[in-house]
Design a protein around this ligand. Sequence first.
Ligand code: ADP
Length: 626
Amino acid sequence: MRELIRSWQAGLRHPWSWLGLASAILLLMTLGWGGAWATRVYLNESEARGQNTLGLAVAVLRGHLARFERLPQLLADHEDIKRLVTAPDDGAFVDQINHYLREVNGLLETSDIYVMLPDGNTVAASNFDTETSFVGGNFSYRPYFIDALAGGLGRFFGLGTTSLKRGYYFGAPIHTEAGISGVVVIKIDLDEMESSWRGGDYEVIVTDPEGIIFMTSETDWLFMSVPPLTEDLLARTAKTIRYANAELRDLPTSQQRYQDDHQLLIVEDGAPRKEFLMVSEEMDEAGWTVTVLLDTASARSQAAVTVVLAVLLIGLVALSAAIYLQRRAQLQERLHIERRAHEQLEHRVIERTRELAQVNAQLEAEIGERKATEATLRQTQSDLIQAGKLAALGQMSAALSHEFNQPLAAARNYADNAIVLVERGRIEDARDTMSRIAGLIDRMASISRHLRNFARKPNEKLASVDLELVTRETLEIIGWRIKDGSAELVIDLGPTPLWVKAGPVRLQQVLVNIIANAVDAVSQATDKRIDLVARRSASKVTITIRDRGAGIPAGLGERIFDPFFSTKGVGKGLGLGLSISYNIVKDFGGDLRVENHPDGGAIFIIELKAATPAASEAESMAEPAE
Ligand code: ADP
């Protein structure tokens, strides 16, 4: 049971359940109270309409009666009428009055006018010449006669015993010197009024104080009694012979109230039974009750239609609400999915960002390490270059001492010669000898300057360098080696001066290294020519140095640029020359590689960026960049 309640409560949390429950309650309320309420509303409307009709019918009836109410009195006061009741046996006069009454009856459009004597006999009448003539008839039993004879205004309605026509009777006493000597009666026809009620969607009935229908828009109901006919009632009616010999019947009806507001009359006279809404008004002056009966069928069907419409409307609203709820649920679900996807994406992005940040940090650390390593490497390289140069200087020292000793010894001889020549007075020859000594000193100074430049640690700036000048200075450094090795250096720099982007001293060092290797390579060869060719192509200048030695042994092409790689044996080669040269050329933004010539020997290829000529050669000579 608890489970059942819990599942019911869980079900109620769902908006659909609330919608279904609300719709069901609303439908039940509409079918129950709504039906009663709508019926009441339409019955109210019917009643208002009935009241209007009733008011109109009563007003017309009253007006009709009022028109004729005073006429009998007027006639009763007429001298001729008075004379008639005093001399009723005067045949000629009676005849005259008969004609007069007929004429007046025609003018007034009344049913009948007649004069009665105090004994109730009719002495003259407007219908004297018809089959239903009242002349000679005695109507002393009629209340209008009795009341008029008593001196009042007699009023009565009933079915004419002679004419068998319904009518309203007004009776007035005829006053003569002898007192009340007769009664003048005017009978009004009511058929016309009755016929004006027909054709509407309502019925009008006029009942007498006993409840017998005297006038009606429904002809079948004439002379029928709304309350059941009793012996007493029949006796009272028979006394005045109100309905002559007409047959009185019961109209099978029942009455009930609708919600205490409306009086309903159910008529079961023949099938189908009919239900009417009843509105009534007493007409005391005539002794009538006028009732308007409105068929409730239309009010009830209108109420039913309203209920059906309300049910449909509720259904429509419930359907719209259901569609709305469904759409909203779908939208919410979609939003939920989107939000989840978004969250997942954000989560993934955060994770990826974190990973990236980690990778980034790692990279930064690695870059830092690389930079540090690179700085160390650069430092090492620069140290190596320096070490290489010093090593080369060391190697060169023996040869250099020879290079210096020779001119020194020569200068010594020239000096001795000069002294002798001066002593002999050969001044001219002595001057000549002196100038040779000066030339030798200049040469030694030049070698010394270049060696100083070579040993100096260069700064990093590059400049436009004249290749021809660098080659020339290189030769000054390496010349003795070439000569020593019996080699021959053939230089071909092309027709136009070549300028390259480099440091002149470092470039010189590269050339010294490569040419020195070439000299070593051709030491055993028969052809000791070494070619240095330089050419410009587009933005590059290519310098090739070819020897005719044994070439680079297969498989060593890459290794010869490694530091301390040497095949020259202990004490001869440090294995630093090519490694330093390679790094220097790379520093210039150029390239250094080696190939073997098909005809034998190695070709070292130096590629450098071409440069525009410097402002002046002097500037270049001063080596501002180094
Ligand atoms: P080192 O000259 O002190 O040995 P290098 O770095 O200048 O050091 O040269 C490395 C090696 O490359 C040499 O030992 C030699 O084996 C080889 N090499 C260099 N130049 C030539 C050349 N022109 N012909 C043949 N082998 C060469």
